[in-house]
Design a protein around this ligand. Structure first.
Ligand code: AHR
Length: 507
């Protein structure tokens, strides 16, 4: 028989740190993400604190979510923060023109978001308004959030019931300015980003990371234009501008107007999905190469603050609410993204899946009628990867032929893997993207003694399998028994379309 594929892992050669912030999240005022998802207001039926659903908080705490981006997305460039502070009953209403054209009552605002972050133990990433806002508005928001003395905005915050400033380590300078955030050119936005960044001041103890709104997909010129703005500036002057820039890339099948369904799809569709998810590697190589040319010391972070699957909405739901189911296929999209992000740990300082609850590739779905909460297959990938947070990437190279499949003219690898180490542990991630074939991967573990191991398997009868209130555990992780000793390491069985993590105890 053919010798099995081998993954060589050098346990004694830790590389760059994988920031826990790569496991970040995104919550927009969109559909049922905030309202009905995170926030139930005065509901008597669903246990909550200040309107924030406690079951959602508990589920996310188990993932140790490191940060949460808010309030958008496209919504951010329509949002005026002053409308969302002060007594709820007197907050003005607005139209959420991007998402369903519904009326937003501003009952979830700055204080509610920061309370949510405190409950989650997550760092707030607030996205400011450049598209329809003002420099003054942005500047005062940052003062309101982070200033401790008796400045006008700190005093206003106290009037609204919060004495201490919050720590807001991440602040976004607009969102998708090339599209919904103002239809700007790269040059036009870059000028504005420089101007806005100047007024996003460090008031408190935390030095805020200003994140310039970056490219759509493969718009390398956008990245180059932003990087040119920093060119020739020393470290101190750079502090006055931005310290990171973003990238948005979504995975879907078919075309933008017909992206395919979350659970009704064929095997060929699955492979197209995998091809497009794996494109993230090409995009990161391209953007990182541009950044390297201007910033070889890698002081500027790349923040993938929107990624994930984007399918047609579920039948009968509001097309503006972007509500979709989440299947075993989505879990594999997530697992390969994380392998890719780990591979770019030198440059990627944050990533945010879109979006945490009830929108796009959600980790949590809530039933609009019963309120029941469902953890999606994607949730379980986040849970299985907690060991990669702030761990050091390990070199992993395949020996033997990696199986591939030609999809739309591209050779798509059918396995994906990555590894990291922290202290006397290591975590290995293995995805089998093959729809039908089981596969065994031998881990050739070098450099340190492995004194124990355990493994977790995420798999389901089909790629379309998903969780519902009736069957919440149709796709759920189990202890994996398909791991055996093998000369020099371990042999790991990967069922068709499965994700496996192997935890190693090292000496
Ligand atoms: O995540 C949904 C939307 O996708 C966001 O609002 C926008 O930034 C992107 O186009």
């Amino acid at each position: 028989p053919m010798s099995p594929l081998t993954a060589v892992i050098d346990l004694d050669l830790p590389g760059p740190r994988i920031s826990r912030h790569v496991y970040g999240h995104f919550a927009e005022h969109l559909g049922r993400c905030i309202y009905g998802g995170f926030f139930v207001g005065d509901s008597d039926d669903i246990p909550n604190e200040g309107g924030i659903r406690l079951d959602v908080v508990d589920a996310l705490r188990a993932l140790q979510i490191p940060n949460l981006r808010w309030p958008g997305g496209c919504f951010a460039d329509d949002y005026h923060w002053r409308d969302g502070v002060g007594p709820r009953e007197s907050r003005p209403r607005m139209v959420n023109s991007h998402w369903g054209d519904v009326v937003e009552d501003n009952s979830f605002g700055t204080h509610e978001f920061l309370q949510l972050c405190e409950l989650l133990g997550a760092a707030p990433y607030i996205n400011g308004n450049v598209g329809s806002g003002t420099v003054r508005e942005t500047s005062e928001w940052v003062e309101y959030l982070t200033r401790g003395d008796d400045s006008p905005m700190a005093a206003l915050r106290r009037e609204h019931g919060r004495d201490e400033p919050w720590s807001v380590p991440f602040f976004g300078i607009g969102n998708e300015p090339w599209g919904c955030g103002g239809n700007m050119t790269a040059a036009q936005y870059t000028h504005l980003a420089r101007q806005y960044a100047t007024y996003i001041r460090d008031h408190g103890e935390t030095a805020v990371t200003r994140i310039a709104a970056g490219a759509n997909v493969d718009d390398y010129l956008w990245t180059e234009t932003l990087m040119q703005a920093l060119s020739g500036l020393g470290g101190t002057d750079r502090r006055d501008l931005f310290q990171a820039l973003s990238l948005h890339y979504y995975t879907y099948n078919g075309s933008w107007s017909d992206k395919g369904d979350a659970t009704e799809f064929g095997t060929d569709d699955h492979y197209v999905t995998m091809k497009r998810a794996l494109r993230m590697r090409e995009l990161l190589s391209g953007h990182a190469a541009v950044m390297d040319a201007y910033d070889p010391e890698r002081t500027v972070g790349l923040v993938v603050d929107e990624w994930g699957t984007w399918w047609n909405v579920e039948q009968g739901t509001n097309p503006g609410f972007l509500y979709q189911q989440n299947a075993m296929r989505d879990a594999l999209v997530a697992s390969v993204h994380f392998d890719i992000f780990h591979g770019f740990a030198e440059r990627i300082t944050m990533a945010n899946i879109a979006q945490t609850v009830n929108v796009l590739q959600a980790v949590i779905l809530t039933d609009p009628d019963s309120g029941a909460l469902v953890l999606t297959p994607t949730y379980h990938v986040f849970a299985m990867n907690v060991g990669h947070h702030d761990a050091d990437r390990l070199p992993l190279t395949f020996k033997g032929t990696v199986p591939t499949l030609s999809v739309e003219g591209t050779d798509v690898p059918l396995v994906s893997a990555s590894a990291s180490t922290k202290g006397d542990t290591a975590l290995v991630s293995l995805s089998n993207l093959d729809a039908d074939e089981n596969r065994t991967i031998v881990l050739d573990l070098r450099g340190r003694d492995v004194v124990g191991h355990s493994a977790t398997l995420l798999n389901a009868p089909t790629l379309q399998s998903h969780n519902t209130p009736e069957h919440p555990d149709a796709v759920a992780p189990v202890e994996h028994t398909g791991v055996r000793s093998h000369p020099g390491g371990l042999a790991v069985d990967l069922p068709a379309h499965s994700y496996v993590t192997v935890s190693l105890h090292l000496r």
